[in-house]
Design a protein around this ligand. Structure first.
Ligand code: KIV
Length: 275
């Protein structure tokens, strides 16, 4: 079934949990679609998982469009959300609308995600006015890593928790259709989820959210540079891949790959006529 902003909203109303995963390429998108994933996020985490950067700061609009378009070709049913990269919306409301439009037109995204609370509400309002659905992202917002001074749980003090609650209300009022909360204490995320009418998606924010998102290489055990506490590894695909690469290497080196069954035939007569 094709997921849309309304079907995702209905899931919250009916108390059905929403399953979202990050994705960055066509073949993985097809697998996620076949598995029935509700929402796919082409996250700027591709800076870490695909491009090998230390953070998401260097990710460009071109990177996002390139990967989002590939995912869009593979995933037909999940609602496709694409991250707005660092400095594609912070600079001005105008830039935000133009760049959100590019992610829709060139990347074929169905919703854009941007990080921040009250401070990005003018951008959210303008993007929504341009008929582009918005997913807000509060709590730990990796594009602000240099301002935060590291990857830390957010909203732990009374003032920080109140700010998070106020930001959640503000982005909903500005027109966001979905809210991602990252690295937020579970009880606080639960309170926000009960308070808002739009669905909340948690990552390191406990089971009280309306849905969950994980970076797919994290949940498959493929990316082990840094494994946050909230990650559950549902499979060790990293080990399966490493073993397969090693087996391939061995068979190429000892000549057992390719055997006859993997080769194309030609008449000996033709070969014999060649000079
Ligand atoms: O870029 C990303 O993968 C994200 C998730 C962590 C929510 O924003």
């Amino acid at each position: 079934m094709k997921q849309t902003v309304s079907t995702i909203q209905k899931m919250k109303e009916e108390g059905k949990k929403i399953a979202m995963l990050t994705c960055y390429d066509y073949s993985t998108a097809k697998l996620m679609d076949e598995a029935g994933v509700d929402m796919i996020l082409v996250g700027d985490s591709l800076g870490n998982t695909i491009l090998g950067y230390e953070d998401t700061i260097s990710v460009t609009m071109e990177d996002m469009i390139h990967h989002c378009a590939a995912v869009a070709r593979g995933a037909k049913n999940p609602l496709l959300v694409c991250d707005m990269p660092f400095m594609s919306y912070q600079t001005s409301v105008y830039d935000a609308v133009v760049n959100a439009g590019r992610l829709m037109k060139e990347g074929r995204a169905q919703m854009v995600k941007l990080e921040g609370g009250k401070e990005v509400c003018p951008q959210i309002e303008a993007i929504v006015k341009a008929s582009i659905p918005v997913c807000a992202h509060i709590g730990l917002t990796p594009q602000s890593i240099n301002a935060f001074g590291g990857f830390k749980v957010q909203g732990r003090t009374e003032a920080a928790a109140q700010k998070l609650l106020d930001d959640a209300r503000a982005v909903e009022a500005a027109g966001a259709s979905v809210l991602v909360m990252e690295c937020v204490p579970a009880k606080l995320a639960e309170k926000v989820s009960q308070m808002l009418t739009i669905p909340t998606i948690g990552i390191g924010a406990g089971a009280g959210c309306d849905g969950q998102v994980l970076v797919y290489q994290d949940m498959l055990g493929m990316f082990t540079d840094y494994v946050p506490k909230f990650v559950k590894q549902f499979a060790n695909v990293g080990e399966v891949m490493r073993n397969a690469f090693a087996d391939y290497l061995k068979e190429v080196k000892d000549g057992s790959f390719p055997d006859e069954s993997k080769t194309y035939k030609i008449d000996d007569e033709i070969i014999d006529k060649l000079y």
